[in-house]
Design a protein around this ligand. Structure first.
Ligand code: NAG
Ligand code: NAG
Ligand code: NAG
Ligand code: NAG
Length: 514
């Protein structure tokens, strides 16, 4: 009898709102209509990806927002997020050519017009999605993982975290907090820094930054993404970390550890902030020598997307701040913690003889000892351990080396329509896309055969793009590779990816890192 009334009670709760249902992997639920109606957005879309096991009312599965960069869309997350094996609820919102975290040419109001109703209000957009998933019965902790412009949004959401926007943790790849202005864009959830005076909640932060990022400088200051508007200034990466550490109630002190990466100079320095409240983690990876694509890196052989990102979430879910374990992922290879230079070690005769100095001549120096008799071969594994250097020379994430003939990539040359006019896939993407895709180019083929990436239905993509491996020829005869837009650490990625031959050959690079 008691069971029955409990059952009836829960049934009636469920029927009052749309309940949380699960979906199979790769087929998320489209909740765009519920969220987008009435918003000043032209490419608004939201997908909700609920694995089996997370669908019951009062689900406590973590809810993870995936925030694309300014050149990206939400379309690949269903295929790449892996939330079904992780047991997380994925949320994939689509921005308006990125997110309004700075001045945008498409904005109709000034950045300091907080009453504006004609530009996208990102805080309200995300808060309304959270409200919707809560109404459906998803009660888990809320996280955001963002890359580049998406990381700027993650910081912005975290800066406004309160009961309207209950963010527990963010993974911010290649963008830090703004130093100024204090607020920008429409609405009330538009503060750019956390504040205990405003009552912002504590938010755990995992940050990844390339020290040679040409677009979002590690040292902070201005960036070309602000279009010359000097009101917008970035904190340095370390200032941003310190802001989060102090806001979260940590002491501001950190421990450093050395790691192996597959980008830049192949090393990463991890900063683990100490004396934090037990439910808070604040960590930063400086990817030494790496650029704006550092979010795509592996550290100690594990991809940031999403092994290291999910390990961070899992540690928060487990309720342990785990400050002593560097990337203790369940799937981490046993060697990951061994490849480590102890930043505190130095030789007994000269404090300048650090592990980095040992590394310059390991065969001669690894036998040296510090004042306590600890050998460099013990303290400077990364410098001295042969295995560690082997793993540097053959990073586990080696790119594939062949081009697949039926790869999902747009044609990188002009082609002729039946009326003789010469066009490119970029022209197809500009307007009336579905109509242009359907145009015939001969008896049995259409433009969509030449522009498969541009022409596929973003809601139901049939192919996953791949970059061209090796060199391809530009219309002007120059040879380029997909590394070209990333050169100078991505300083010119926007301009270079704007050229149709580059965009066509490098759909992944141009979408993922911009
Ligand atoms: C959350 O913070 C915003 C400003 O950051 C404020 O306008 C809003 O009222 C707060 N919500 C609650 C429920 O406190
Ligand atoms: C979380 O807790 C589970 C169960 O105790 C454990 O197996 C797992 O290793 C923990 N994960 C992390 C990342 O701490
Ligand atoms: C093509 O696009 C233009 C402008 O975007 C629009 O005015 C026109 O109606 C479209 N044509 C068709 C046939 O859809
Ligand atoms: C997780 C998932 O569905 N991955 C798929 C993404 O798309 C590629 C190519 O279409 C498939 O090979 C993967 O299995």
């Amino acid at each position: 009898m008691k069971l029955l009334s409990v059952l009836l009670a829960s049934l009636s709760t469920v029927s009052s709102v749309s309940a949380l249902s699960s979906n199979s992997e790769g087929s998320p639920q489209d909740i765009s209509d519920v969220i987008c109606t009435g918003r000043p957005r032209s490419t608004c879309a939201v997908e909700l990806d609920v694995p089996h096991g997370c669908e019951e009312t009062d689900s406590i599965c973590p809810i993870v927002f995936f925030l694309h960069g300014s050149g990206g869309t939400n379309r690949w997350f269903k295929n790449t997020s892996g939330v079904h094996s992780a047991g997380y609820i994925g949320v994939y919102p689509n921005g308006e050519g990125g997110w309004s975290t700075g001045p945008k040419s498409s904005d109709t109001c000034q950045w300091d017009d907080f009453q504006c109703t004609t530009d996208p209000d990102e805080g309200d957009f995300i808060a309304s999605i959270i409200q919707e998933v809560r109404d459906r019965g998803a009660n888990g902790n809320i996280y955001a993982i963002g890359n580049s412009n998406g990381a700027a949004l993650a910081h912005r959401l975290a800066s406004n975290a309160n009961s309207s926007l209950p963010i527990k943790g963010i993974v911010a790849k290649v963008t830090q907090l703004l130093k100024s202005p204090e607020r920008s864009g429409p609405g009330t959830l538009n503060y750019n820094q956390p504040s205990s005076v405003r009552g912002s909640h504590r938010v755990s932060v995992l940050s990844i930054m390339g020290t040679e990022d040409g677009l979002i400088p590690y040292e902070g200051g201005s960036s070309s993404v602000f279009g010359g508007n000097d009101n917008f200034q970035l904190m340095s990466a370390m200032e941003s970390m310190n802001t989060w550490a102090i806001h979260n109630g940590c002491s501001g002190e950190y421990e450093m550890s050395s790691h192996v990466s597959d980008q830049g100079d192949l090393t990463a320095t991890k900063y683990t902030y100490g004396s934090c409240p037990s439910d808070v983690i604040v960590e930063h990876y400086a990817m030494n020598g790496a650029g704006h694509n550092a979010g795509g890196a592996s550290i100690d052989g594990e991809k940031i997307d999403y092994v290291i990102a999910y390990d961070f979430i899992q540690r928060l879910e487990n309720g342990s701040s785990g400050p002593t374990s560097p990337v203790a992922s369940p799937v981490a290879s046993p060697t990951s913690t061994l490849c480590f230079n102890d930043p505190a070690w130095s030789g007994k005769f000269n404090s300048a003889h650090t592990c980095e100095y040992i590394a310059e001549n390991p065969s001669q120096r690894c036998g040296w000892e510090n004042i306590d008799g600890v050998k460099a071969s013990e303290a400077c594994k990364y410098a001295c351990d042969e295995f560690c250097s082997t793993s540097v020379n053959s990073p586990s994430a080696s790119p594939s080396t062949t081009n697949d003939d039926d790869a999902c990539r747009d044609n990188d040359r002009k082609f002729e329509l039946l009326n003789g006019k010469k066009k490119t896939c970029k022209w197809v993407s500009k307007k009336n896309t579905s109509k242009r895709c359907a145009k015939k180019i001969d008896v049995d083929s259409t433009v969509s055969d030449l522009c498969p990436v541009t022409c596929q239905d973003p809601k139901n993509p049939t192919c996953t793009p791949t970059d061209y491996v090796g060199k391809f020829e530009m219309p002007n005869g120059r040879e380029r590779s997909c590394n070209y837009p990333l050169q100078n650490n991505g300083a010119k990625i926007e301009k270079r990816c704007g050229k149709y031959a580059i965009r066509a050959n490098c759909p992944v690079t141009c979408e993922e890192y911009l």
